[in-house]
Design a protein around this ligand. Structure first.
Ligand SMILES: Nc1nc2c(ncn2[C@@H]2O[C@H](COP(=O)(O)OP(=O)(O)OP(=O)(O)O)[C@@H](O)[C@H]2O)c(=O)[nH]1
Ligand SMILES: [K+]
Ligand SMILES: [Mg+2]
Length: 368
């Protein structure tokens, strides 16, 4: 039996198994198996090379962060790319106009954000329909997924796409589960927790691990609300990506005000019309907020910083990341940094490599 058939079989069994206390273990094991087969499916086949991205499909990374456009065909992904960047991607009223990935740069707040337009995906994309797997592989490399939806279609487009991404190991707007899993040589499986987890116990944990041929491990659960699915994600850690997602309904020019208002109230959602140029500026701002980037102004001794040309780093960066962004060798020549701005206790504050920087700080690196 091929992997796809095995997956289909487990999915059917899961669908017909009633959820209750008595079937909890059975369901847990089925889910563990399902994740294992899906992982196999994503592993490159002999002779295929790469991680399923496909040769010539992926665009090179550019700019300070990457946003990928995921959606069904003809929702307006290419129209959006052409609108906010200098790159033109063909848009037309037939499906699958775009057949490969096309990158463009959106300049915002002095940062360069790479927007990647992708072919439309369809239901069962994760199982290899159309370009689905290649598209999802690109989305995995992005800092933010912008899910483009068609305001005129409503319905379940959002949940179908979420399921496709989910089954490829992408977790949207979710934190990594607070579970530590340490493999050992002997001693069996031990589960410990701060407060007893509501949905897991040692028997279930060790049965799932056994299916992965893991017989010795320490499991520490730091959050009582973690689920079986969270635990399975931790086992498959290397194949799971936690990525932020912004949902964008396009074509609001073609729906009523009431419908537009209803869509805009969904969580993590904004609405726009590429055709009538509505909501585009708000959307750029929301992308910027979601990317959570910091602008820093570096200066040399005795020279004013250039406030028109910020350096862009990720949130939670320290002076060390600033050094790395300037030059690979900078850390080794580093003596201390002078920092002005909201992260500094006084201006300037003399700081070491571990000092966390804030948006719009001014940083002067003093070298040995
Ligand atoms: N009414 C309306 N039509 C739009 C809007 N934006 C795009 N369209 C139209 O929708 C159609 C599809 O647009 P594309 O940009 O090609 O869509 P896509 O998502 O890139 O499509 P594929 O590459 O085929 O997956 C085109 O005919 C566009 O003119 C909009 O805001 N309102
Ligand atoms: K199209
Ligand atoms: Mg397109």
């Amino acid at each position: 039996m091929g992997i796809l058939e095995k997956i289909a079989q487990i999915e059917q069994e899961l669908a017909r198994t009633q959820k209750n206390k008595a079937t909890e273990y059975h369901i847990g094991l089925l889910k563990g198996k399902l994740a294992r087969y899906r992982r196999e499916l994503l592993e490159p086949q002999p002779g295929q090379g790469g991680g399923g991205g496909g040769q010539g499909f992926e665009v090179a990374k550019a700019g300070d962060a990457r946003v990928s456009l995921i959606g069904f065909p003809s929702v307006g992904k290419s129209s959006f790319l052409s609108k906010v960047t200098n790159t033109k991607s063909e848009a037309a009223n037939y499906e699958f106009t775009t057949l490969t990935s096309v990158g463009g740069i959106l300049e915002y707040n002095g940062a360069e954000v790479q927007i990647v337009d992708l072919p439309g995906i369809i239901k069962a994309a994760a199982k290899g329909k159309g370009r689905g797997r290649q598209v999802i592989a690109v989305s995995r490399t992005s800092d933010l997924i912008m899910m483009v939806l068609d305001a005129t279609k409503g319905g379940d487009q959002r949940s179908i796409l979420e399921n496709e991404l989910e089954s490829m190991g992408i977790r949207l707007n979710k934190q990594k589960p607070n579970i530590s899993l340490k493999y050992k040589k002997t001693g069996g499986v031990k589960m410990n927790s701060i407060t007893p987890p509501k949905y897991l116990d040692e028997k279930l944990v060790s049965s799932i691990l056994k299916d992965y041929k893991i017989h010795n491990a320490d499991v520490l659960i730091r959050d009582e609300n973690v689920t079986i699915d969270d635990f399975i994600d931790v086992i498959n850690e290397q194949h799971i990506s936690y990525i932020k997602c912004l949902y964008v309904y396009n074509k609001i020019d073609a729906v009523s005000l009431e419908e537009c208002d209803r869509l805009a109230r969904e969580p993590n959602t904004v609405v726009m019309s590429c055709e009538l140029d509505l909501g585009i500026e708000d959307l750029k701002e929301e992308i910027w907020r979601k990317l959570d980037l910091l602008r820093l102004y570096t200066k040399r001794r005795g020279v004013e910083p250039n406030l028109d040309d910020p350096m862009v780093v990720r949130s939670n960066s320290t002076v060390k990341e600033v050094c790395d962004a300037i030059h690979r060798d900078m850390k080794n020549q580093f003596k201390y940094a002078n920092v002005w701005g909201s992260s500094a206790k006084h201006s300037p504050q003399k700081c070491g490599l571990s000092h966390p920087v804030n948006d719009e700080d001014v940083v002067e690196i003093v070298t040995k």
